[in-house]
Design a protein around this ligand. Structure first.
Ligand SMILES: [Fe+2]
Ligand SMILES: [Fe+2]
Length: 189
């Protein structure tokens, strides 16, 4: 790991809870693994994974303010539940606080929760890594999805979206319209 990455880790550690930090490390290494498998830049995958939840400990109101200040589009569902904004706020924080200016990395952070239609490989890798990293254990079909991630990343992405929508529709959270859009896109591939 390069010196820059070690510094990033140290800074991040002070900003988020210990369990969130462990999760972030899990996402970083899982994303790096997937980058090896699919021939992507490993360092970009590590950085995106490491920072994807960097705004998670921010107060919801502050996330909303940060997004508005930076003219990032905020949807109605996000305005009602600013907790959903940690991905968009995270991309802003990654730029302003962690000095990451690579738009591919920032976009991967922005879309890590809902995904979006026609994701780049890096976006997809972070989206999938967030769901399958080794500390995760609650989601259904994890064994199968972990296997799919290394066989066919589109298939793993669709499977995650399908299961996430099923889970949220069972009343365990509000669904971002973007999650449906992403599901439609990958279901029609
Ligand atoms: Fe997240
Ligand atoms: Fe996460």
């Amino acid at each position: 790991m390069s010196g820059d990455l070690i510094k990033l880790k140290e800074r991040l550690k002070k900003e988020i809870t210990e369990s969130r930090y462990e999760h972030s490390m899990g996402v970083a290494y899982t994303a790096a693994n997937l980058a090896m498998k699919y021939g992507l830049n490993i360092e970009k995958a590590l950085i995106a994974g490491l920072l994807h939840d960097c705004a998670k400990s921010m107060e919801p109101k502050k996330m909303l303010q940060l997004c508005e200040k930076n003219h990032v589009e905020v949807f109605e569902v996000e305005r009602k539940n600013p907790g959903l904004l940690h991905a968009k706020a995270g991309a802003i924080l990654a730029k302003e606080k962690y000095d990451i200016h690579d738009t591919e990395i920032l976009d991967a952070i922005t879309w890590h929760t809902t995904g979006k239609p026609n994701m780049t490989l890096l976006e997809m890798i972070v989206f999938v890594a967030d769901y399958i990293e080794p500390h995760r254990y609650k989601a259904m079909n994890l064994t199968e999805i972990r296997k799919e991630a290394y066989e066919d990343i589109n298939k793993a992405t669709l499977h995650i979206l399908k299961d996430t929508i099923k889970y949220l529709e069972a009343g365990k959270g509000e669904i971002d319209k973007m999650t449906y859009n992403t599901y439609q896109y990958y279901n029609n591939l």
